[in-house]
Ligand binder design. Structure first.
Ligand SMILES: Nc1ncnc2c1ncn2[C@@H]1O[C@H](COP(=O)(O)OP(=O)(O)OP(=O)(O)O)[C@@H](O)[C@H]1O
Ligand SMILES: O=P(O)(O)OC[C@H]1O[C@](O)(CO)[C@@H](O)[C@@H]1O
Ligand SMILES: [Mg+2]
Length: 603
């Protein structure tokens, strides 16, 4: 029996308080995707099961709702759109019915993993079911994984494309290391510094012994460890483009992100090292491909030398823009052979369609993405560039909120941070600052009002500590706000302002209960991304930029670059963008954040 984190599910001021180890099993919910309705399964309903596995006082009735988006957290193990179909008919206990449920939450998955004798996993993308009674299922899964993560290559379409020796040469840059190393000297034959096409990086490094281990990502009911290897990034010995003949283009799309200029700079520098003479920047995102008013920007080492010293994008960014046909027409007209696309989920979706359209038209173009999102919401990667800087900047806002709140009589600071569908920035900033009492993220629902609501907890904090600081991700608590169906030029839903709403409700609440509070609201939204990359992001951008160029010259297309378990990899675009990566409320990191803030569940 394993136990989860120590959770306060209430406060001693009148409502229930539970300061004990609560198992993961207490966090249960099911989302009926088809009906788009959230519903909760009360703890009491589960108590017959839970009593046998969880030591509880009977006073903790708090339930944390999780939802389909949590699948982001298990995606690493089972791949995009690979949903768990727990066939309830297999369960001895027929408590639950799932009308067309596509996904079960991670937590409920664990629960059912225990309840059900047999669990069926379905790969929705390929509509194949894994039969765990097959003794070879693991081998088959690994083979399928290898296939899914194989990298599209120019030779898939141009079978007769002949590679040439790479013009990117590291030879002679290193002095002899030792007699034992490569025969004593880095010779052509034995040492060249290239990455072998067959090199792989292990994607998952934790062997969870139990489905109930915190953050467990399991494929089968026994949580068997399955090797999942992805392609290692880096320069190859053979290349598929003649550097002196190619034209390379760079485009930056979506919102701004610290580090865009660092990546642009490094791509240009690396291209020049290969020997590329024609390098251009497409202005203002995909729009630059079709807007006749906008002309492409010639790029060289000289032009980009110092651009990383400032934030933003040298090329400009935009949302929305032309159709894929228009973009590919433009690629053809401009004679572009290598296209580097810097952007988030939307941009990568575009890049993948561009790659497919190029194949359809039999254009020998390598399309390589570099994931850019301060939200850190791209699947499989340790982190995306800009995220670290955004967290650092967010901390400054939190510190100001803390100083304001701490210095005022009954001061409350609220800081709203970016994070449309995932709360990574809010969580990391809360963890880093150590000044947050309440961290609200899109992945964890909360109530403002009521005995377990945020406002009641703030009252408790005012009474006990004298002040409080709340940090809220922009996508949190959207269910509390009126929905507009407005979208931006790229089709992203325009969110309601949760920060302003919390501020207003807070003022009303404290007025009603006649407790004076001094509320200060800080919205540093654009300040955390419109800035220069910090050192850590600077390094990440440099490596990603270099690897993007190596990947394109190696002949790969429809790929993106990333960092997995501290190693740099190439991944096929569809595998990283099938949905936005979400924070797993059952992950150790979120548990650590809760431990740090000391906040209870707000449901
Ligand atoms: N599904 C899609 N297929 C093709 N192109 C897309 C798709 N989604 C978005 N795009 C295009 O990609 C570009 C950027 O998209 P979007 O504005 O969503 O930013 P993003 O890349 O997701 O980055 P951010 O993290 O800042 O939101 C836009 O020009 C948009 O038209
Ligand atoms: O206001 P803009 O430029 O559309 O960008 C805002 C969005 O950008 C993001 O940071 C994604 O890059 C979202 O979290 C946020 O909603
Ligand atoms: Mg987007």
């Amino acid at each position: 029996m394993e136990h989860g984190r120590q959770v306060k599910t209430g406060k001693p001021d009148g409502h229930h308080f539970c300061s004990k180890f609560v198992s993961d099993w207490t966090f249960v919910s099911v989302r009926t995707v088809a009906l788009e309705k959230q519903f909760y399964i009360a703890y009491l309903l589960l108590s017959p099961i839970l009593q046998s596995s969880v030591p509880h006082t009977g006073r903790c009735s708090s339930i944390v709702r999780t939802d389909r988006r949590l699948m982001g957290s298990i995606s690493h193990a089972i791949g995009p759109k690979l949903g768990f179909h727990h066939q309830v008919s297999h369960c001895s206990n027929g408590l639950f019915g799932f009308n067309g449920d596509k996904f079960l939450s991670l937590s409920s998955r664990k629960l059912f993993g225990r309840i059900c004798a047999s669990v069926d996993v379905r790969d929705e993308r390929k509509n194949t079911t894994i039969d765990f009674s097959d003794p070879d299922w693991k081998m088959k899964y690994q083979a399928d994984f290898e296939k899914r993560f194989s990298l599209p290559h120019i030779t898939d379409v141009f079978g007769d494309a002949l590679p040439i020796p790479s013009t990117f040469c590291l030879k002679m840059r290193s002095p002899p290391v030792s007699d034992a190393f490569a025969g004593g000297y880095p010779s052509d034959e034995e040492w060249h510094g290239y990455v072998n096409n067959n090199d792989r990086v292990l994607l998952k490094v934790i062997n969870y012994s139990s489905r109930s281990s915190a953050g467990a990502e399991c494929i089968d009911p026994n949580c068997t460890w399955v090797e999942q290897w992805v392609h290692r990034a880096g320069p190859r010995e053979k290349i598929y483009f003649k550097p002196e003949e190619v034209k390379a283009a760079i485009v930056t799309c979506g919102g701004l992100c610290p580090g865009l200029n660092d990546v642009i700079r490094q791509i240009v520098i690396t291209l020049e090292i290969y020997g590329v003479k024609k390098i251009v920047g497409i202005p203002f995102g995909y729009r630059g491909f079709s807007d006749k008013e906008l002309t492409e920007m010639p790029l060289s080492r000289k032009v980009v030398q110092n651009i990383h010293l400032s934030g933003g994008s040298l090329l400009g960014v935009s949302r929305g823009g032309p159709t894929i046909d228009e973009i590919v027409d433009s690629l053809q007209e401009r004679g572009i052979d290598l296209l580097f696309v810097l952007g988030g989920n939307g941009t990568h979706a575009g890049a993948n369609v561009i790659h497919n359209e190029c194949r359809k038209r039999r254009l020998k173009v390598a399309v390589v993405g570099v994931p850019k999102t301060i939200d850190n919401d791209i699947l499989l990667m340790d982190k995306t560039f800009g995220f670290d800087t955004a967290v650092e900047e967010a901390q400054r806002a939190i510190n100001s909120a803390y100083i304001e709140a701490h210095s005022a009589y009954h001061g409350v600071g609220i800081v709203k941070l970016m994070g449309r569908s995932s709360g990574f920035i809010a969580m990391q900033a809360a963890l880093a600052s150590g000044q947050i009492d309440v961290c609200l993220i899109p992945e964890v629902p909360f109530q403002l009002h009521g005995p377990h609501g945020v406002l009641r907890h703030l009252k408790y904090l005012i009474e006990t500590k004298g002040s409080a600081v709340v940090c809220v991700a922009e996508g949190a608590g959207q269910n509390l706000l009126q929905k507009t169906n407005a979208t931006d030029a790229s089709g992203n839903i325009i969110l309601g302002d949760i920060g302003v709403y919390i501020q207003q409700e807070m003022k009303k609440y404290f007025k009603e209960i006649s407790v004076p509070v001094d509320v200060k609201y800080i919205d540093p939204t654009y300040m955390i991304r419109a800035c220069r990359a910090n050192a850590s992001d600077g390094i990440l951008c440099t490596v990603l930029g270099q690897n993007a160029v190596h990947g394109a010259f190696a002949g790969y297309s429809g790929i993106t670059v990333g960092i997995c378990n501290t190693h740099y990899v190439y991944l096929p675009i569809p595998e990283v963008i099938s949905y936005a990566r979400m924070l797993d409320p059952n992950s150790r990191m979120w548990h650590r954040c809760l431990t740090s803030t000391g906040q209870p569940d707000f449901m």
